[in-house]
Ligand binder design. Structure first.
Ligand SMILES: NC(=O)c1ccc[n+]([C@@H]2O[C@H](COP(=O)([O-])OP(=O)(O)OC[C@H]3O[C@@H](n4cnc5c(N)ncnc54)[C@H](O)[C@@H]3O)[C@@H](O)[C@H]2O)c1
Length: 297
């Protein structure tokens, strides 16, 4: 198979970013808004309902308060960070942004529609990035008239803690878009790593089949959830077991990624475990709904 190495791309100029838009105020969107505001950017965070943006902002406030309680953040700095964040439920507010990261639910139809609208609303120079876990960037970019300005900017969960940002270029992504995104990731105190545009990129191409296999172990009765997680934590030195990690990621997101790998790569080894599907159909989505493989207060 032909492999295109991003490294061969020419260096592009860096575009200045002052106002940073975030679409989706869930666990990823709110984390991204927090680190962007902490890096000094003006942030606009958007979701479909005011209660969702309010919940996202409350999460950011709680996080910053925790950091303050640990003595790692001054009260004035916390207030400055919060003051940089504006909320929105109207996508046309993104007209004020010069870089937008979409972190809405992992659903192609939702993302395609969002990119069509953002393409209409945002000025021509604006870069539209997606935090998608697995949907090919080229497919998302095809919904816009600016595929050169569409890129994957894949943060890890929890965003304020995890250092990595996976940066994914589609076929048409320009060197300027890449350089600006790499620079922005560094400004947010993250370390970018580049991946080519195949389903799941690097992180989830490797992580999700492992999580799916852990669910198969539970499904086939190879071990209890606790024993499966203990084996991976103590035996492989993973900070969390795969089932607890699936609960953190969200079982709906895990299933969506497995479906993308399965359909995109056409290999039965990526079939989602029926137990994962069953949990999602029951609305057991992990921490965010209070129940997944474990139960949460
Ligand atoms: N959960 C993870 O560990 C993780 C890690 C990396 C990347 N991601 C990716 O980040 C994205 C978001 O995941 P999440 O875990 O934050 O999900 P989430 O369910 O916590 O949040 C998604 C948010 O998007 C909002 N939304 C849906 N449609 C929208 C629209 N049209 N406009 C604006 N907002 C809309 C929802 O109301 C919700 O608040 C997904 O693409 C996911 O694959 C997730």
């Amino acid at each position: 198979m032909a492999v295109r190495f991003n490294r061969a791309r020419k260096k592009g100029e860096i575009m200045e970013v002052k106002t940073f838009g975030v679409i989706g105020a869930g666990q990823m969107g709110s984390g991204i808004a927090q680190v962007a505001a902490a890096s000094g950017l003006a942030v606009i965070i958007n979701d479909i309902k005011q209660e969702f943006v309010d919940r996202g902002l409350a999460g950011i406030t709680r996080n910053l308060q925790r950091t303050m309680d640990k003595g790692k953040l001054a009260a004035e700095e916390k207030n400055r960070i919060l003051a940089r964040i504006k909320t929105s439920t109207d996508l046309s507010d993104m007209a004020a942004a010069d870089f937008v990261v979409e972190a809405a639910s992992e659903n192609e139809a939702i993302k395609f529609k969002l990119f069509q609208t953002l393409d209409e609303v945002c000025a021509a120079h604006v870069i539209l990035a997606s935090n998608t876990s697995s949907i090919p960037i080229g497919r998302i970019a095809a919904n816009t008239r600016r595929p050169d300005k569409v890129i994957g900017m894949h943060f890890m969960n929890p965003v304020p803690v995890m250092k990595l940002v996976e940066v994914i270029c589609g076929l048409a992504t320009s060197p300027e878009t890449l350089e600006t995104t790499l620079e922005l990731a560094r400004r947010m105190d993250k370390t970018p790593a580049r991946a080519n545009d195949y389903p799941g990129f690097i992180a989830n191409r490797i992580l999700l089949p492992m999580i799916n296999e852990a669910v198969f172990c539970l499904y086939h009765g190879v071990g209890t959830r606790e024993d499966i997680d203990t084996v991976m934590k103590l035996g492989m030195n993973h900070p969390m077991g795969p089932l607890a990690l699936a609960d953190l990621i969200g079982l709906d997101t895990c299933l969506a990624i497995m479906n993308t790998l399965y359909q995109g790569l056409g290999d039965p080894k990526y079939r989602p475990c029926p137990l994962l599907r069953q949990y999602v159909e029951a609305g057991w989505l992990g921490r965010k709904t209070g129940k997944g493989f474990y139960t949460y207060e």
